[in-house]
Ligand binder design. Structure first.
Ligand code: ATP
Ligand code: MG
Length: 448
């Protein structure tokens, strides 16, 4: 089997070999090349020790990426390439990270410390593939399987539990039964992993091509960090709007929305408040009054637990809070929403709404057309440069002050008032018209 390796990577291999060391391409790059997927980074493993790597590339830019673990990044013809010394991971005392690593001259030992068979292959342009654990066969059959004893590997490093789910989701692979059993048995160990690392794996998992099946099958694993998911499983909705239970609905909406992290997290959490707000009326129909607000509160807690940054937290929370936005095909409604949310969030909300409907009752799919029409109308409004934000208003604060309005908080109020008038077409978005309109209504702001 031949793998095309880019010239800037070959240059690094050649240089290490010229200096008398072994070097080959390893890990995810071989796996992805084999699967004819785009390779995002070509990792190199070598028998050279970190100091020797630095010395071999003394005329290039080098970055000591993780020198303690043996990793150096070299800039080769403008591209960064990570080079890691062959190593054996030391004892895992806390199930998180090896306390220490031991460098080894043996490629075989380096491959044996890797997590899954598909990640434990090496390739050299002249020597070909080194594949001691059947990674190629697993890659071609679509299987995630631990290298060695699965329980031991998950005990050593519990992050591998999420990595297994993540690769299965992204690559659309099946998890081999022994590996699947072991990760269920060891899942509680995920509690010991740093929140940031859990969040990153979760993000990749949710954006994977087959995340739907992984969510269905491994909800209990994710529930170690997000126990709030569990009550959704099998929770019947008793309403004609929904053909599925809350979890199945949730899974379908996650799969239906574009693989953008904030959108996927928003779908995962949008109905998380449903089980606790459920009531039934005399006809036996189910209701979830106020579930949006409860989902929002729960979402804030979950995102904090996972240490999301402020911006992502804000966006996801807003998307959950307003996921029930009822689209109206009217320019007035659209301009009001654009004013309230701003453009990016408004379009994201429409996407959330579409995904939500796709996971409801198939009989309601006709409603998707309304949302598309609404999005088209919004784009037209934006292209026409219709005014829906203060920035676009033909007057600003200093215009008002120059025209004799008093300085202070009231200026902001007048601007909002004028924007409202323009959106409702009570006044044209022209400077003189706006100043006149403001003057006419000045008493509204002064008689307080
Ligand atoms: P991608 O970069 O597409 O996420 P990858 O396979 O390159 O996938 P990385 O996290 O970049 O994954 O790690 C590079 C390689 O290091 C892996 O292919 C695997 O061989 C090894 N590896 C990474 N994390 C672990 C781990 N927790 N336990 C054992 N081996 C690991
Ligand atoms: Mg990688």
């Amino acid at each position: 089997m031949k793998i095309e390796i880019p010239d800037y990577v070959l240059a690094v291999l050649n240089r290490l070999e010229q200096c008398g060391y072994e070097a080959c391409v390893v890990g995810g790059s071989i796996r992805d090349a084999m699967l004819q997927k785009e390779v995002h980074d070509w990792d190199i493993a070598t028998s050279a020790l970190p100091g020797q790597i630095l010395e071999a590339f003394r005329n290039e830019i080098t970055i000591k990426t993780g020198i303690r673990h043996g990793t150096v990044t070299v800039i080769s013809r403008g591209y960064p390439v990570e080079i890691t010394t062959y190593r054996i991971d030391g004892a895992y005392t806390d199930g998180r990270r090896p306390e220490q690593v031991t460098f080894t001259p043996s490629l075989a030992e380096d491959l044996a410390r890797r997590d899954f068979t598909v990640n434990a292959m090496a390739y050299h342009p002249a020597k070909g593939l080194t594949d001691p654990f059947g990674g190629r066969s697993d890659a071609l059959r679509g299987i995630i399987r631990c290298v060695g004893n699965a329980r031991t590997r998950f005990t050593e490093d519990a992050l591998r539990i999420l990595r297994a789910l993540r690769f299965a989701s992204v690559l659309h692979f099946q998890i081999e039964p022994e590996t699947a059993n072991a990760l269920q048995q060891e899942k509680e160990r995920l509690r010991g992993i740093a929140a940031e690392r859990v969040r990153e794996e979760l993000r990749l998992l949710l954006c994977g091509e087959n995340c739907g099946d992984i969510l269905r099958e491994y909800c209990t694993v994710l529930a170690v960090w997000i126990p709030e998911l569990l009550p959704m499983v099998g929770f019947l909705q008793h309403t004609p709007y929904h053909a599925y239970d809350v979890w199945e609905h949730t899974v379908r909406t996650v799969q239906a929305i574009a693989p953008v992290p904030v959108l996927r997290f928003a779908m995962l959490l949008h109905d998380i408040g449903k089980p606790s707000t459920f009531t039934r009326d005399e006809q036996g129909r189910g209701h979830f009054y106020g579930h949006g607000a409860v989902s929002t509160e729960m979402t804030v807690k979950i995102l904090e637990r996972l240490k999301f940054d402020r911006r992502a937290k804000e966006t996801i929370t807003q998307l959950v809070k307003y996921h029930d936005i009822r689209c109206e095909r009217s320019p007035l409604w659209i301009k009001k929403q654009l004013r309230k949310f701003g453009q990016p969030l408004f379009f994201q909300l429409l996407a959330v709404h579409k995904a939500d409907i796709s996971g409801q009752n198939p009989d309601l799919l006709y409603r998707l057309k309304d949302i598309d029409a609404c999005a088209d109308m919004a784009k037209e409004i934006i292209c026409r440069e219709s005014c829906f934000s203060l920035k676009q208003l033909a007057v600003n604060g200093s215009d008002l002050i120059q025209a004799g309005f008093p300085q202070g908080k009231v200026i902001g109020q007048i601007l909002q008032f004028l924007l409202d008038a323009v959106i409702h077409e009570a006044c044209k978005n022209e400077k003189s018209a706006l100043l006149h309109y403001a003057a006419q209504n000045q008493r509204l702001f002064t008689e307080t």
